[in-house]
Write a protein that binds this ligand. Structure first.
Ligand SMILES: NC(=O)c1ccc[n+]([C@@H]2O[C@H](COP(=O)([O-])OP(=O)(O)OC[C@H]3O[C@@H](n4cnc5c(N)ncnc54)[C@H](O)[C@@H]3O)[C@@H](O)[C@H]2O)c1
Length: 251
């Protein structure tokens, strides 16, 4: 798919991978709706997009993807912003962090499932309907390499990412309508999620610190490159595209 001139929605766009994807999309000539629960983060993303591309067309929408009402309102705003959507990147995510399983609060577990799995499930469904109205398009959902193996420190996060992969694989048939649904599976990326949220909100988890010290961390921009490639590659259907780190073991 040629991205230039297309209309895109990116969730979790107030930071990290979502922000990098917004910037990559405007650099490719797309008009972008940047959605997140964090309004300050969205303002920063919009400013950075302007820095990257003067006159970049970015509309920010405060949205909570963990609720049906939030997803419905987000798609209503996003489709109204430019008159329909061609590209949707369901990317918002949370991790349980510390205290680790089985001490994590039930509220935290519930929130991680609601955002990572519920948000992507609802976001994929609404995206298919929105793209259908335009005769096709591309959906990229952010999973994780945590979908590929057991994750004793955060089984709930891992399980939600398995679910994201399965949703994508289950939606391969929509390619017949010109709607391609794919997933990107990042390894360990240098974002707030890894560097703060895996721990107590200010630092990486204690178990993760030695892994971070011994690995080459990916950047959010590395993942945005993979997202763009999945959008542009018309042969990519139901793929789970791994973007791994060199020389590291996710466990
Ligand atoms: N950082 C990594 O190492 C890594 C690895 C694999 C997968 N991922 C996945 O990449 C995605 C992006 O993560 P990131 O690393 O950029 O983290 P991040 O914390 O920098 O960004 C996540 C964004 O999601 C937003 N968000 C959280 N809950 C939301 C909600 N209810 N509604 C709307 N937005 C909400 C946050 O406000 C934040 O801006 C996530 O799905 C994450 O699971 C990250």
């Amino acid at each position: 798919m040629e991205i230039s001139g297309k209309h895109a929605l990116v969730t979790g766009a107030g930071a990290g991978i979502g922000r990098a994807t917004v910037i990559a999309l405007v650099q490719k000539g797309a008009k972008v709706v940047a959605a997140d629960i964090n309004e300050d983060g969205l303002k920063e993303t919009a400013a950075l997009a302007q820095q990257a591309v003067s006159g970049a067309n970015v509309v920010t929408v405060k949205a909570d993807v963990s609720t049906a009402a939030g997803v419905r309102a987000m798609f209503a705003s996003a489709t109204a912003a430019f008159g329909g959507l061609d590209i949707v990147h369901n990317n918002a995510g949370l991790i349980c962090g510390e205290p680790l399983w089985p001490e994590a609060s039930l509220e935290k577990i519930s929130a991680v499932i609601a955002v990572n799995l519920g948000g992507v499930a609802m976001g994929t469904q609404e995206a298919i309907k929105a793209l259908r109205a335009r005769g096709g398009g591309a959906i990229v959902n952010t999973a994780s390499v945590a979908a590929l193996q057991a994750m004793p420190t955060d089984p709930v996060y891992s399980a939600t990412k398995v679910g994201v992969v399965r949703i994508v694989e289950s939606c391969a048939g929509f390619a017949a309508e010109g709607i391609r649904v794919n997933a990107v599976l990042p390894g360990m990326v240098d974002t707030d999620m890894t560097m703060k949220q895996t721990g107590d909100g200010t630092r990486p988890a204690a178990w993760l610190a030695p892994v971070i010290a011994s690995t080459v961390m990916l950047t959010a921009e590395d993942i945005a490159v993979a997202v763009i490639a999945l959008i542009e590659d018309d042969t990519a259907v139901g793929q789970a595209k791994i973007v791994g780190n060199v020389g590291r073991d996710y466990k």
